[in-house]
Design a protein around this ligand. Structure first.
Ligand code: SF4
Ligand code: MG
Length: 334
């Protein structure tokens, strides 16, 4: 496998009147070419901010205050906005929760798509139109030949989201970042969009980061999962390990609160009690300490990342007894 993106000790703060809101506090992970990785967490966990930081889309009062992002071996930190504009949409594309904010309401869908396709791939007008039709068909839009002559408001929410995904794919990005792409949609449409992501999972040319609060979505679409809380990564593992061998108390809490799909009777969900940490003044130790059923004295100190198994790590003192730290495993490997 080929390393596509590496984030090292990423830190993002939002400067507010009351102090710095430390939205992302030292996040490190990687994405390999072609894989589909879920970033999961409640709102305020730092998952969207992490994605925006990867795209260099953090705006004041937000600021990337530390860390590095490497893409295909190139350090993207401190790149000029001009260079960024070439990468954004080209090699890395993003789909947001609300497609209406990113579509131009007064331009026909076909025009918007062919513009992007021509700019990124230098195709002729006719070839770009053909490509737009092909992409719309690929994302499951019926009668694309007719649809390209319509305006965004003539599309339903789910259709618009598909158009956005088609547009993102039209640049043939190596990495597609989708932030809660199904959250605003009703359940049937959600299922259709998820089908689309399942197909993308099998596409070796495009890696996907899927940001969601919904572990059910992750189970269907992702090969690897990163669980975030309080601006940090709590656990990371292949999708089977997250569901069958979760280690971190926060992951276990999240799993209990997932509604089971398909079963006739709705199971009673167990929400995690308490509220997320105040990131203006985060606790110095484990961010989950105020809500964790296993919290102990030691948790007032931030645990290191423990190595649970291949590709599986957990930021929790409970792992200390049976597992080495990630740092120790790395040192041994060298
Ligand atoms: Fe709970 Fe402590 Fe583990 Fe944090 S480090 S999740 S408080 S047991
Ligand atoms: Mg978000």
């Amino acid at each position: 496998t080929e390393r596509l993106l590496t984030a090292r000790d990423l830190r993002v703060s939002f400067h507010t009147r009351d102090g710095d809101n430390q939205a992302v506090r030292g996040v490190s992970f990687h994405i390999d070419a072609g894989e589909t990785v879920g970033i999961v967490g409640e709102s305020g966990s730092g998952k969207s901010v992490t994605a925006k930081a990867i795209m260099s889309l953090i705006q004041p009062p937000g600021e990337v205050i530390g860390g590095e992002i490497e893409f295909r071996g190139e350090n993207l930190t401190g790149l000029s906005e001009r260079k960024w504009r070439k990468i954004r949409g080209n090699q890395i594309a993003m789909v947001f929760q609300d497609p209406m904010t990113s579509l131009n309401p007064v331009k026909k869908i076909g025009e918007q798509m062919t513009e992007v396709i021509r700019r990124h791939r230098g195709l002729s007008r006719d070839a770009a139109t053909e490509e737009a039709i092909r992409l719309l068909r690929e994302v499951g839009i019926p009668e694309p030949e007719r649809r390209i002559r319509q305006y965004p408001h003539e599309f339903s929410g789910g259709m618009r989201q598909r158009v956005m995904i088609a547009m993102a794919l039209s640049c043939q990005p190596e990495l597609l970042i989708a932030d809660e792409p199904t959250t605003a949609l009703d359940v049937t449409i959600q299922a259709q969009i998820l089908e689309l992501f399942k197909r993308l999972k099998d596409n070796p040319d495009t890696a996907v980061i899927l940001i969601t609060h919904d572990l059910g979505v992750v189970a269907q679409v992702c090969t690897r999962v990163i669980v975030m809380y309080g601006g940090m990564i709590m656990e990371e593992a292949p999708v089977e390990d997250i569901f069958y061998r979760p280690q971190h108390p926060y992951t276990i809490g999240l799993l209990r609160s997932v509604p089971k799909r398909g079963g006739g009777t709705r199971e009673r969900l167990v929400p995690i009690e308490g509220t997320p940490p105040d990131l203006l003044d985060p606790p110095p130790g484990c961010p989950f300490i105020t809500r964790c059923p296993h919290a102990m004295d030691k948790c007032k100190e931030l645990p290191p990342m423990f190595h649970i198994g291949p590709g599986h790590r957990s930021l929790c003192w409970l792992a200390e007894k049976d597992h080495p730290t990630v740092a120790d495993v790395k040192a041994e490997g060298e």
